[in-house]
Design a protein around this ligand. Structure first.
Ligand code: NAD
Ligand code: TYD
Length: 333
């Protein structure tokens, strides 16, 4: 890897990946292209901003001119840029189609035109939809439920079509729910941590017994790096944490780490078309030697500690966009 373009590198997983990449590939340059939406935050890149191998470009992945400038000289591209929150996609779907479909298309067009050597499309288990029992492997049909997962599925299909039609050396990585430092506090784990720290109600949708599989963000970064290095062109790779939990269990574990009472849990109206359970079979990435290395308890403790120690990071996010968004959705919580 000589020069890698990381789109969406100011977001949660992208910013973790940038630090990880600069460590893993000691000679490589890393270019971040990010629009800095509400979810993008330059503070996420503070640790690397003076690194001479790091460059930041503010711009939209759906803007071809900007993408051309960003891709110039890069031999590898990893596309994290996306609108990512299911609840927002139900309220405001348009941005999801622009970024997750048109943005991915724009990036693919430029990548094939300039002859990028490695391309990883970062996707999600949500494209498969819900599964009552068993687990989806990479050949399962896609059955998305929300505008978010449908837009991600659109991006995946385009990416795989570019691998087939134009032999773009591309892999699609579909991971389960990530957690760790720098996750925007609208997602379940950081929302529960930050609300609990202030003794606010912890809103669980429906009966709180939906199941997600949890993957520590740095384990995902390792899997993605491996795919950039050795993934098979044209292949999809599922990436899971071997850690299925009901939302209420995740919440209880957070409360235990923080020493807060379970009475904070509040059951609220369910999300429309809420997927009951996600589960992946991940044999293909395991055949490359990858395993999720971080046990959930250890990852969760590290994550809780990070939020406790970094109130200055999350409080402004909560007080601005997040408060406004929840007021509109729930009428004044
Ligand atoms: P995030 O919402 O924290 O960050 C998204 C980043 O993309 C932000 O920095 C934002 O500014 C940027 N962005 C948005 N629209 C853009 C545009 N048009 N042009 C350029 N940049 C733009 O997201 P995340 O949780 O870090 O997720 C990253 C990727 O991983 C996404 O593609 C998501 O679908 C996928 N994913 C996430 C999870 C998870 O649990 N968080 C799980 C599986 C897959
Ligand atoms: P989320 O973090 O939004 O990720 P995703 O929907 O992409 O899996 O939600 C994780 C689970 O937690 C999901 O089942 C919805 C649930 N959830 C709540 O019960 N309450 C909340 O306030 C949020 C944000 C999520």
């Amino acid at each position: 890897m000589n020069k890698i373009l990381v789109t969406g590198g100011a977001g949660f997983i992208g910013s973790n990946f940038v630090s990880y990449a600069l460590e893993r590939w000691r000679e490589a340059e890393v270019v971040v292209l990010d629009k800095l939406t509400y979810a993008g935050n330059l503070a996420n890149l503070d640790a690397v901003k003076y690194d001479p191998r790091f460059t930041f470009i503010r711009g939209d992945v759906a803007d071809e001119g900007t993408v051309r400038r960003a891709v110039e000289g890069c031999d590898a591209v990893i596309n994290f840029a996306a609108e990512t929150h299911v609840d927002r996609s139900i309220l405001f779907p348009r941005e999801f189609v622009f970024t997750d479909v048109v943005g991915t298309f724009t990036l693919l067009e430029v990548a094939r035109d300039v002859g990028v050597e490695r391309f990883v499309q970062v996707s999600t288990d949500e494209v498969y939809g819900s599964i009552e029992e068993g687990a989806f492997d990479e050949l399962a049909a896609l059955n998305p439920s929300s505008p978010y997962s449908a837009s991600k599925a659109g991006g995946d299909f385009l990416a795989l079509a570019y691998a087939k039609s134009f032999e773009l050396p591309l892999m699609v990585a579909r991971s389960t729910n990530n957690y760790g430092p720098y996750q925007y506090p609208e997602k379940l784990i950081p929302l529960i941590i930050t609300n609990a720290l202030e003794d606010r109600p912890l809103p669980l949708y429906g009966d709180g017994r939906q199941v997600r599989d949890w993957l520590y963000v740095l384990d995902n970064c390792e899997a993605l790096a491996l795919l950039l290095e050795r993934g098979e062109a044209g292949a999809v790779y599922n990436v899971g944490g071997d850690c299925e939990l009901e939302n209420v269990d995740v919440t209880r574990r957070i409360l235990k780490v923080l020493g807060k009472p379970e009475e904070l849990i509040t059951y609220v109206k369910d999300r429309p078309a809420h997927d009951r359970r996600y589960a992946l079979s991940c044999e293909r990435i395991k055949a490359l030697g990858w395993r999720p290395a971080t046990p959930f308890d250890a990852g969760l403790e590290a994550t809780v500690r990070w939020y406790v120690e970094n109130e200055g990071w999350w409080r402004p996010l909560r007080d601005a966009a997040f408060e406004d968004y929840y007021r509109r959705q729930y009428g004044g919580r």
